[in-house]
Design a protein around this ligand. Structure first.
Ligand SMILES: [Fe+2]
Ligand SMILES: [Fe+2]
Length: 177
């Protein structure tokens, strides 16, 4: 693996961990807004980002390099409406998609075909990530300030299956709500 590809993938391990941290902060904001289903959804999302980081962590080590972890920035996500939290999450995913595209491009330039194949998974994943955020935003925009509709969406978000082995909210089992 070339030095440039290594540096870029190492950055992405850190970016995925930072996304995980940011989603956990969003989960906290949802708790504060009294949407336990959305809080659960973001907690699962946080675990998913950590799994992305670990996937790349393993890839780096499999290719005989060592990951260098950095400090993660504090998150100060504030929102007064659920839709704002999901808009912040979409903005974050769009940023990650750009990071992944740049990484894919670099891997091609460097003719690092193993990295190209590894990044293909991430390119596909980003399409899904952006779509799910947009779908939820669309529902929340339709619901507007209708409390019953918002509570119904929150119930649906709460039904998201957790990551295997991931702890559910307040120490409960994954996908228990
Ligand atoms: Fe990710
Ligand atoms: Fe993501």
């Amino acid at each position: 693996m070339s030095a440039r590809v290594y540096e870029a993938i190492n950055d992405q391990v850190n970016n995925e961990l930072s996304a995980s941290h940011s989603y956990l902060a969003m989960s906290g904001v949802c708790e504060e807004l009294n949407f336990p289903g959305a809080a659960h959804w973001f907690r699962v999302q946080s675990e998913e980002e950590r799994a992305h980081a670990l996937r790349l962590f393993d890839f780096v080590h499999a290719r005989n390099h060592v990951v260098s972890l950095r400090k993660i920035q504090n998150e100060t996500t504030r929102a007064t409406a659920l839709v704002e939290v999901f808009r912040a999450s979409l903005a974050q995913e769009e940023q990650v998609s750009q990071q992944i595209d740049a990484l894919y491009d670099l891997a091609m330039q460097e003719k690092d075909f193993a990295a190209v194949v590894e990044m293909q998974w991430f390119v596909t994943e980003q399409v899904e990530e952006e779509k799910s955020a947009r779908d939820i935003i669309a529902k929340l925009e339709m619901a507007g300030n209708d409390a019953r509709a918002l509570l119904e969406i929150d119930r649906e978000l709460g039904a998201r299956a957790g990551m295997p082995g991931g702890a559910g909210p307040r120490g409960g089992p994954p996908a228990a709500r």
